[in-house]
Design a protein around this ligand. Structure first.
Ligand SMILES: Cc1cc2nc3c(=O)[nH]c(=O)nc-3n(C[C@H](O)[C@H](O)[C@H](O)COP(=O)(O)O)c2cc1C
Length: 219
């Protein structure tokens, strides 16, 4: 291949490669939000982003986890997933959060993670991060939107740029049509009811795209 051709091919490649760094930060007791996070990783990588999937620290006492088979299994399945740090957030241009609902709120484990970012916030490093969130609940009207809003409230204080899916793609309708962020219903057996994989991937791609626009405009 001639030199010109090589450069031309390379520039075409770059056009489709994003330079966005994405952190997917989740908490999961039964594995659902871990799965959503892995789908988000897939979608973002397809969009060319560099991705880290990270969990937040567990706060529940070991004795409580030990007594719950599903919870114990998730702790084991995620034991090699790194715990998210302030440095990871600083590294990221974009952050996707994924949490199960807890009485219509984010779980305390995620709240604790946000609450230990005071230093990052005070140094202005949370500003202009492009953020988006996903959730799950046992009931179709079990507090999905409220949970996403609980996260987005903190994001407004961070000066982050909230990128929701809205109704930007047909796949949203097949996934329950939550414009605040992908949400899924999880049965008593721990299985997801709606098929949300495509919606999660779309949300991840859109988050990367918005982050790319922000990054480009801020250079
Ligand atoms: C303490 C607690 C509170 C919960 N509150 C709600 C709720 O308000 N509405 C609901 O539909 N599901 C509720 N759930 C069910 C969880 O949201 C559900 O198990 C979770 O979304 C599954 O996600 P995971 O597999 O990632 O843990 C609650 C579960 C627990 C343990």
């Amino acid at each position: 291949m001639g030199l010109f051709r090589k450069i031309f091919e390379k520039s075409k490649e770059n056009k489709h490669m994003s330079n966005v760094k994405l952190a997917v930060v989740f908490y999961s007791m039964g594995g659902t939000n871990y799965q959503l996070s892995k789908w988000a990783e897939e979608g973002a990588k397809e969009a060319g982003a560099e991705v880290k999937v990270l969990k937040v620290d567990e706060l529940a006492p070991k004795s409580v986890i030990e007594g719950n088979e599903g919870w114990k299994a998730t702790v084991e399945a995620t034991q090699d997933v790194p715990v998210a740090t302030s440095e990871d957030l600083e590294w990221a241009d974009a952050i996707i959060f994924s949490v199960p609902t807890r009485f219509g709120n984010m779980p305390s484990q995620m709240k604790q993670f946000l609450d230990i970012q005071g230093g990052l916030w005070a140094s202005g490093k949370t500003v202009n991060k492009v953020v988006s969130a996903m959730t799950s609940a046992q009931n179709p009207h079990g507090g999905q939107e409220a949970t996403l809003l609980s996260l987005y409230t903190s994001m407004m204080h961070w000066g982050a740029i909230i990128a929701t899916p809205g109704y930007t793609d047909q796949v949203l309708f097949g996934a329950g049509g939550n414009p605040y962020g992908t949400s899924v219903t999880v049965g008593q057996d721990g299985k997801m009811i709606e098929d949300v994989q495509a919606a999660v991937k779309h949300q991840a791609k859109r988050t990367v795209q918005v982050a790319e626009w922000v990054k480009k405009g801020n250079q």
